[in-house]
Design a protein around this ligand. Structure first.
Ligand SMILES: Cc1cc2nc3c(=O)[nH]c(=O)nc-3n(C[C@H](O)[C@H](O)[C@H](O)COP(=O)(O)O)c2cc1C
Length: 403
């Protein structure tokens, strides 16, 4: 058998592309509209350089830190992703990989595996929710996650239901029925290894979202059924954010903050952490890369809440750049999804190992012993790189956010 190990996330992506039916692969590429934001997320990291030292370097590489009360061996977390049909073990394989590498994981409420199974595989799991349905249902989902042992909550609110991609959206069936089989058959038959992996489990992907029910084991809605409920839900206010936060007795992250004024509001709402994020470029296209928005946000609230970043991380050097510019840790999305598609649990471990090794090399080159020593002058930031979104005078509490 060919060596399943891969040396870069780019190679994992190539293998994922070969292995997955084109519709599933397309769902992971995601992006929206022109793909400006998704592209900028990675391009911006390439604009940043390093300022390495030559001698006097150290062999020590302290990569561990704490995030939302959890000791982690690496400042890289698994970002929640609601995707289906990548691998039969889905988020359980990701959780096992994360646990084996001492890394925390965000589990999406649109994921394919129940929170109980995922927490059993990795106790360092944060449950991620959108603002969907009634308050009673949201509280019940939180109780379920708490009962399962989730150790933190992530609320993701940066979603504006944009759809339409210039390169075309994949066909995603409501459920696997005859019509879906007919439409999917050509692309699936071209991907025998993917099919064989599911066939071995005796199940076909059912495209349901088991964490959207309020009780474990209850019949789960389909992905699109839950999506419809989400679209029909009123958009939350900042008071709602504070309310949601108050329902969870423990660490709470608001994911998807890009602006300094919103970061201040998140602090006022009592969150533990924020992630500077544009949803991996899947939301409002034309939003700048999250790494461009990071420095202003970190400067404004970094001493009050934990500031994380996600979007565009493809290598350990990217992690070093984000930490140097003020992030406490980063979260990865597509990188581990490519790994999962390429080689299941081992593929996700492979990606985490690449992150660890790349970050370690960056530390050595920059003359540091610990991730906590990274600082802005380790990176070369070209003029005009940063975007200080919403960094004018802070709006009073409760003021509607423009845009
Ligand atoms: C296919 C896909 C599905 C996603 N689903 C979710 C989700 O259910 N909840 C969420 O908070 N973020 C979701 N995200 C966003 C990721 O958590 C993360 O913000 C993003 O992927 C980071 O960018 P990267 O993919 O460049 O690392 C999704 C991203 C992708 C690519």
């Amino acid at each position: 058998m060919a060596n399943a190990w891969f040396e870069s996330v780019a190679e994992a992506q190539r293998r994922a592309r070969k292995r997955l039916p084109s519709g599933v692969y397309g769902a992971l590429v995601a992006g929206s509209e022109r793909g400006l934001t998704a592209d900028d997320n990675t391009a911006a990291f390439a604009e940043l350089g390093f300022a390495p030292h030559t001698a006097g370097l150290s062999n020590k590489r302290e990569l561990g830190t704490t995030v939302m009360g959890q000791q982690v061996s690496l400042p890289v977390l698994i970002s929640p992703t609601g995707v289906q049909a990548v691998h039969p073990d889905g988020e359980v394989a990701v959780a096992r990989a994360a646990a084996s590498r001492g890394v925390a994981m965000g589990l999406s409420s649109f994921a394919s595996k129940p929170v109980e199974e995922v927490v059993a595989a990795n106790p360092k799991t944060f449950f991620q929710m959108y603002w969907v349905g009634s308050r009673e249902d949201m509280v019940a989902r939180m109780h379920r996650a708490r009962a399962a042992g989730a150790v933190g909550m992530i609320a993701t609110l940066d979603w504006s239901f944009a759809y339409g991609r210039d390169w075309g959206s994949p066909f995603i069936p409501e459920k696997i029925d005859l019509e879906a089989v007919r439409k999917y058959a050509p692309q699936v038959l071209l991907r025998p290894r993917w099919l064989a992996a599911f066939a071995r489990t005796g199940r076909i992907p059912d495209l349901s979202v088991p964490n959207m029910t309020t009780a474990p084991g209850a019949p789960a809605p389909t992905f699109f059924g839950a999506y419809g409920e989400w679209m029909a839900s009123p958009m939350p206010s900042w008071d709602d954010v504070a309310w949601l936060r108050a329902q969870w007795d423990g660490p709470f992250m608001l994911k998807g903050v890009m602006r300094v004024d919103d970061a201040h509001r998140a602090v006022d709402a009592g969150v533990t952490a924020i992630s500077v994020s544009n949803h991996g470029g899947n939301n409002l296209d034309g939003t700048p890369a999250s790494i461009r928005a990071l420095p202003a946000v970190a400067e404004a609230v970094g001493d009050q809440v934990e500031v994380l970043l996600d979007g565009g991380i493809r290598r350990g050097g990217d992690v070093a750049k984000a930490l140097a510019l003020g992030a406490k840790a980063v979260m990865i999305g597509r990188a581990y999804l490519w790994g999962l598609a390429a080689n299941g649990q081992a593929g996700v471990e492979n990606v985490l190992d690449l992150m660890r090794d790349g970050l370690g090399s960056a530390l050595v080159g920059l003359g540091h012993e610990s991730v906590h020593d990274l600082r802005p002058d380790d990176v070369v930031v070209p003029p005009g790189f940063e975007r200080r979104l919403g960094a004018g005078s802070p709006a009073p509490q409760g003021t509607p956010t423009p845009g």
